[in-house]
Design a protein around this ligand. Structure first.
Ligand code: FES
Ligand SMILES: [Fe+2]
Length: 403
């Protein structure tokens, strides 16, 4: 089956801009973890869809603003995360929870704004939703409801599992030389695991890609309805979560005694569908599984040890051929503190480095071989999830509307 993904979708600056406008500035995107913002004045800074953002706690209320001072455009917060009032470091304008400056030093003597201009000063605010411990942001002032982007089954699984996250988090960023779409395609392709990760991931869990004949046939037809509502409904199919691979022998580590393991079997009203197009993990093995949550377009959460620890991968498009791959690592919530907890995260980071490095290596090679006359990919029936996403994506790129 011939792919619909022309090489220009991975190379062109114009396509990149279109994606930012039609997808990334319309949909709900990962903005961080609530547990990093538990105290007054805790903040986190991000660049989301190319826009610098600060999420800040104001007396318990979380608000998201453009992280750019209204005076002369200095970033209001510079660190990745911290605890500091929302004050610009340049000339000390101080902002309140509604995004208006409540203090401008020498306002009357030096600035002499008239009443209208003074009243118009307000930071651009972005809608924020909290699902369990996950913060989701939308760069559109009037966004469509989160429930149109993700199914209720997916949202409740995300909520339940993210409530199990511990507050101690380690973050690192890989600056990758590939288009962001290559990595989501890779995540929805379990057939690569045996070949790319033969010694790292493959022995740890068994992933069994299967063919979904109905989806494969459907992926060959054009979309019949391309209204924004229909496109959003279609997009809901691209995000799913649950046990993806069976772990035959779950290894036991000393630190497991200090965390409360998240168990899939205890999720109220859980769905037992397979993740994507992999063979479902048998019900009795679903706790000892490799869990994946794939939130389209650019968030991947996994637990490779049956709910003892988690990793968040956030794929941030930087340019057509550059993607920042942010990795957040944490265990399940601690039941009591133990001294070597940061070592646990560091060793998880090192193990993850091996697996991520194998993916990054092949994806950078794929990107480097692309050129505008490169042959269109030939896909197999097992790749129907990616084919359905590509059908949706190419429709968006070739028509006026976004989602
Ligand atoms: S640039 Fe922020 S106070 Fe001057
Ligand atoms: Fe991989």
């Amino acid at each position: 089956m011939l792919s619909r993904m022309h090489p220009r979708y991975y190379l062109s600056a114009d396509t990149f801009e279109q994606e930012q406008k039609k997808i990334f500035r319309k949909v709900w995107l990962f903005a961080g973890l609530k547990t990093l913002l538990s105290q007054h004045n805790n903040f986190i800074t991000r660049k989301i869809a190319g826009i610098p953002v600060v999420v800040q706690n104001f007396n318990g209320e979380l608000r998201a603003f453009e992280n750019v001072c209204l005076h002369r455009s200095a970033p209001l917060q510079s660190a990745f995360t911290g605890c500091r009032p929302l004050v610009c470091p340049y000339h000390a304008w101080k902002y309140g929870s509604d995004g208006t400056p409540d203090k401008i030093p020498h306002c009357e003597s030096l600035y002499q704004f008239d009443a209208d201009e003074r009243a118009s000063l307000k930071l651009r605010e972005f809608p924020l939703r909290i699902v369990g411990n996950i913060l989701l942001i939308n760069m559109d002032a009037n966004p469509f409801p989160l429930e149109e982007q993700f199914s209720s089954a997916f949202l409740s699984l995300l909520e339940d599992s993210s409530n199990a996250y511990d507050t101690e988090v380690m973050v690192t960023t890989w600056h990758c030389k590939f288009n962001w779409k290559l990595i989501y395609e890779n995540l929805r392709d379990a057939n690569h695991v045996a070949f790319i990760h033969p010694k790292s991931l493959a022995p740890a869990a068994s992933f069994k890609p299967v063919v979904n004949h109905q989806a494969a046939a459907e992926s060959c037809n054009a979309m019949s309805d391309t209204s924004p509502e229909a496109m959003r409904k279609e997009m809901r199919r691209f995000s799913y979560g649950g046990p993806e691979g069976k772990i035959d022998e779950l290894k036991s580590f000393g630190w497991h005694d200090f965390v409360k393991r998240w168990r899939f079997s205890e999720v109220p009203g859980k769905t037992t569908q397979s993740v994507g197009h992999n063979q479902a993990v048998a019900e009795e093995s679903q706790d000892d599984a490799y869990f994946n949550w794939l939130a389209f377009p650019n968030l991947h959460i996994a637990s490779g040890d049956g709910g003892h620890s988690f990793v968040i991968e956030h794929h941030i498009p930087v340019s057509p051929e550059r993607t920042d791959l942010e990795i957040w690592r944490f265990t399940a919530r601690k039941t009591r503190r133990y001294q070597w907890s940061s070592q646990v995260l560091l060793s998880g980071m090192h193990h993850g480095k091996l697996i991520v490095g194998e993916d990054v290596d092949i994806l950078e090679k794929v990107q480097s071989a692309l050129h505008l006359e490169a042959p269109m990919p030939h896909q197999g029936a097992y790749e129907s999830t990616n084919r359905l996403i590509e059908r949706w994506y190419s429709t968006i790129m070739e028509t006026e509307d976004g989602v």
